[in-house]
Design a protein around this ligand. Structure first.
Ligand code: ZN
Ligand code: ZN
Length: 96
């Protein structure tokens, strides 16, 4: 994992977005391999406190879920919440 604020650029649907540098390659790969079936909405490596998460929306079922765990995220905006240490996390995922 990397420090909060260590970012890298990934191009998704022609738009460059900033993601945690240590998961940039993973996000990029998922986007290439699942082009047309998954859209990445957000991600965070967890910075050692939470599991790494990538939130995707299935373009086939319309369901939004966390890629690694399969846990459904019942919203497509305001995915991540900031904790008391300023680390973004999905409330559906428990700390490590
Ligand atoms: Zn990281
Ligand atoms: Zn992060």
């Amino acid at each position: 994992m990397c420090k909060v604020g260590t970012m890298a650029e990934v191009v998704i649907e022609g738009k460059s977005i900033s993601v945690d540098s240590c998961i940039a390659e993973c996000v990029d790969r998922i986007n290439r391999e699942h082009k047309g079936s998954l859209k990445t909405l957000g991600c965070c490596c967890g910075h050692g406190k939470y599991p790494r998460t990538i939130v995707v929306k299935s373009l086939i079922t319309g369901i939004t879920y966390e890629f690694f765990s399969g846990i459904e995220i019942p919203r497509s905006r305001n995915l991540y919440y900031k904790d008391s240490e300023g680390i973004f996390h999905l409330p559906e995922m428990n700390p490590l």
